[in-house]
Design a protein around this ligand. Structure first.
Ligand code: PEP
Ligand code: MG
Length: 870
């Protein structure tokens, strides 16, 4: 468009005006007009022109055009002047309405809208103009009005008699003359030019600039202007102004809401001056209002609003409500307003728009922020509910749950047995707490970070969890927690964990329940069609695997086998194995564990039905399995038929100064080969059983943790191959399997070329890799991570969102070197970052084949993987 201004209805078809040049509202109004919707005629001014006007005045640039505007639109017309900033949040001056009323034009206006209406509009113009153009205090005008209301003893200004209105106009003119020392201008074009000047200059004022820059506006941000014919919301017949929304902002389903005020203009309906009419009869009946609804006052207008809503959705590609005016029964649209929406409503709206062809499926997928799917997956605190927050920490596992405080896993199990919800509160959790965590409805720890034990397990179980709540004091002796402001919550008190926000609340606020069907399911199926990268689940038990299948994952990317050993019937054999003096004794204890492990794998393979299942051989330092309490030590000594002192002695001997860097992972496999041999046997035997029974053949993937040297892999590989050969011979079957490594030490990443020679796949354990790259304990970082992020030392918690610059570079190095050795090397990621959208994006760019995350985060990962492709 060559000019710095354009008439609203003359924008060429298919030409989209840029919000930067014309302001957002101006660009939008042009589109509405282009769609043939009833938008009052008008003129748009660019931000450049406004800038020039601010310097030289409207008369210099524009007098002719404005004069012409009045003439083109018709002699009786009144105009509005509105600001059109490129972004609404950048503010801008208030609109000036009814420009063009003069003494000479008043009689024609009276004929058109009635005498009282015309006088009211004139008063409003003088008030608005004096305030905006001449800086007169609006209170002076309000006082005039208040005095009249008092003098005539009426309830509100709407009830004033005609005489009062005549007086008010006279008083307003007198006030104007007094303050401005000139009479109120009697040339419509003078009024318009002065108003345009005031708006253009006002935008450059210091306070306006500071305000918009605080909302992110650049210093050079300009202001578009809109001059438009007034639609008369005040006048004869059905007149008024209102707002309408066509979709429920909580659910995204079609539903009419809003309000309408008769004999009103602009934002009057929102100002609460009088009680507005509701939109539908149903809403009116529910609110027991006697005043009729818009549906009853002007049914045709409501039907038109609905139709226009569909037109705008199709034309602008999103759901909008309207600001509108009824002028003697005729509907005018003043603006379309994007419908605000909850995370759930956003999914419903996006899928509906794509189904109706207003946007493409890809657009629908790109519109949803993956993280917001959390709101579909877990119960959430109703956003409208009051919140009594008494503690906060890291949002370790999303969702919310209410229960009574318990301080031990046993108490959690007891509560579950009695059908009660328990919130397990611990300093931090350890593997012994897992059973209690299964029984609890939520978990709160005072210590710990995003990959602490409590966080990882809770995410796996889909339990709301807050960790690192350092502002709470755990007073175990008196069985209570104490908040920073001194409130105490005893065992049994009802509290709510909001794991989405990382907050602990007193009492039981209202909840909204998960919603996994309908629009959510549709969006997920589109995501699956669009994505190229696989999404697997981290699942340790058959129960996890079932949940994972429910979330339609492509397989299991990480089965942490250590979690299979904490069940009551197994922990004793495990402990016997760990405390065994000789290889012989160890083998005996392992033989007792074999059938249990085999049973677990049979279940996992059965549930996953031919999908890949990647099993990690034992990883944690063995002392994690040992009993801690005296009582447990006694029980173990009895079971093993050895003195308690020996148990204590052995347990002590297993202690390490720095267990995370000690004898764990593949180091166990090299130094105590019997353990991995038992696990390999259990895997192969289970595969043989399942493959004989099922049509879908399992090709187990076996993964060696914490590798750092090629020789480690060679040693373990040889042992596993030997077991495979034995099982195949014993069972007279042929088995295929894949052996790969976890890349979770920096050395493994750097030596990827070597390691790839012995590995069918690399699975990046980014929890340990982050820990080792930063030299930052994943179990202790929670204590200071918030300070680090608040002070901007880290942009984000690197255990939560992959550190692209550092850890990411190691991933790229390993991927490149590994694939140089073996172009078919499969690359996956199974650290907690596998559920983080930014990290998933990075994996896609790095050419990964899959990511693996907690089952409850799989939908987020599926959508993020789709977005990474699009
Ligand atoms: C990892 O280190 O990223 C990993 C997946 O293993 P774990 O969390 O069990 O150490
Ligand atoms: Mg690890």
């Amino acid at each position: 468009i060559p000019h710095d201004y354009i008439r609203l209805h003359e924008v060429p078809e298919g030409c989209l005006l840029s919000p930067e040049r014309w302001g957002a509202r101006g660009a939008r109004l042009a589109r509405l007009a282009g769609l043939g919707l009833p938008v009052p005629r008008g003129l748009l001014l660019t931000t450049d022109l406004t800038r020039q006007i601010a310097q030289d005045g409207a008369r210099t640039h524009f007098d002719g055009v404005l004069r012409d505007t009045f003439q083109t639109l018709g002699d009786e017309v009144l105009l509005s002047l509105r600001a059109s900033p490129p972004r609404p949040e950048w503010g801008g001056p208030e609109a000036l309405l009814n420009i063009g009323i003069t003494d000479a034009r008043l009689p024609a206006l009276m004929t058109r809208v009635g005498k009282p209406g015309a006088l009211e509009l004139y008063f409003r113009l003088i008030e608005g103009y004096a305030t905006m153009v001449e800086g007169v205090d609006p209170e002076d005008f309000e006082n005039l009005m208040a005095d009249q209301v008092k003098y005539w003893s009426v309830a509100s200004e709407g009830d004033l008699p005609e005489d009062a209105r005549v007086t008010l106009v006279d008083q307003a003119k007198a006030l104007y003359l007094d303050e401005v020392m000139q009479p109120f201008p009697q040339d419509p074009v003078d009024q318009l030019c002065a108003a345009v000047d005031a708006m253009a200059r006002g935008w450059n004022g210091v306070s306006a600039r500071i305000l918009r820059e605080s909302h992110g506006a650049p210093p050079e941000a300009g202001l578009g202007l809109i001059v438009q014919r007034m639609a008369f919301g005040i006048g004869q017949g059905v007149c008024g102004a209102g707002v309408v929304h066509l979709v429920d902002e909580r659910t995204g389903t079609p539903a009419l809401s809003g309000r309408f005020l008769t004999q009103a203009q602009g934002y009057d309906a929102l100002m609460g001056m009088r009680t507005p009419h509701l939109i539908t009869r149903e809403a009116r009946e529910t609110a027991r209002q006697s005043a009729p609804s818009l549906e009853e006052i002007a049914p045709d207008a409501l039907t038109d609003l609905r139709t226009h809503g569909s037109t705008v959705a199709a034309g602008l590609g999103d759901i909008h409500g309207f600001e509108f005016t009824l002028e003697d029964g005729k509907l005018w649209l003043l603006d379309a307003v994007l419908t605000p929406r909850s995370a759930r409503a956003a999914v419903r709206i996006a899928t509906d728009l794509a189904r109706n062809g207003a946007i493409s499926r890809d657009d629908a997928l790109l519109r949803i922020e993956p993280r917001t799917l959390i709101e579909h997956l877990h119960p959430q605190i109703d956003p409208r509910a009051p919140r009594d927050v008494f503690g906060s920490g890291l949002p370790a596992s999303p969702g919310a749950a209410t229960g009574r405080i318990v301080f031990s896993p046993e108490a959690a199990m007891q509560a579950e047995a009695q059908g009660d919800n328990a919130v397990l509160v611990r300093m931090e959790t350890s593997p012994e707490d897992i059973r209690g965590m299964h029984s609890a409805c939520a978990v709160l720890t005072v210590r710990g970070g995003m990959t602490s034990h409590a966080a990882v397990i809770a995410r796996g179980l889909g339990l709301p969890c807050v960790v690192g709540a350092g502002d709470l004091r755990l007073d175990i002796r008196n069985r209570q927690i104490i908040s920073q402001d001194g409130r105490s919550f005893a065992e049994g008190s009802l509290i709510t964990i909001d794991g989405t926000r990382g907050e602990v609340l007193a009492g039981a606020p209202e909840m909204i329940q998960p919603e996994l069907d309908g629009a959510f399911a549709t969006l997920m199926s589109w995501a699956d069609q669009a994505r190229e990268m696989g999404v697997r689940a981290n699942a340790d038990t058959p129960q996890d695997a079932r949940v994972a299948r429910g979330f339609e994952v492509d397989g299991i990317g990480l089965c942490r086998t250590e979690h299979m050993f904490f069940q009551e019937d197994r922990i004793t054999s495990m402990r016997e194995m760990i405390l065994a003096d000789s290889s012989e004794d160890r083998r005996r204890a392992l033989a007792a564990l074999l059938p249990m492990q085999r049973g677990d794998f049979v279940d996992l393979f059965d549930i996953m039905r031919g999908l890949p299942v990647c099993i990690r051989l034992l990883d944690p330092p063995l002392h994690e399995f040992l009993p801690h309490s005296r009582e447990e030590m006694h029980d173990l000594a009895e079971a093993m038929d050895i003195p308690v002192s020996q148990v204590v002695e052995r347990a002590k001997a297993l202690g390490e100064f720095n267990p995370m860097l000690g004898k764990r992972g593949v180091r166990l496999g090299v130094t105590m080969p019997e353990i991995y041999e038992m696990q390999a046997r259990a895997i192969f035997e289970a595969a043989a059983i399942v493959n004989t029974r099922n049509l879908e053949q399992i090709v187990p993937e076996i993964m060696i943790p914490l590798v750092s040297a090629k020789r480690e892999v060679e040693v373990v590989r040889k042992n596993i191959e030997a077991v495979a050969a034995q099982v195949m011979a014993e069972r007279e079957v042929t088995l295929t399997y894949k052996l790969g490594i976890m890349v979770e030490t920096p050395r493994a990443a750097l030596r990827a070329a070597d390691l790839a020679a012995d590995s069918a796949f690399f699975s990046f354990g980014t929890n340990d890799l982050t820990q080792m790259t930063y030299g930052l304990s994943r179990d202790d970082a929670g204590r200071f991570m918030r300070d680090y992020v608040n002070q901007g030392v880290f942009a984000e918690d690197p255990f939560h969102s992959l550190d692209i610059e550092g850890v990411g570079e190691l991933l790229l190095i390993a991927a490149k070197r590994g694939r140089k050795t073996d172009p078919d090397l499969v690359l996956g990621l199974c650290g907690e970052h596998g559920g983080d959208p930014g990290s998933i994006h990075f994996c896609k760019l790095a050419g990964f084949d899959y990511v693996s995350c907690s089952p409850f985060r799989a939908p987020i990962a599926r959508l993020a993987a789709a977005q990474a492709t699009l």
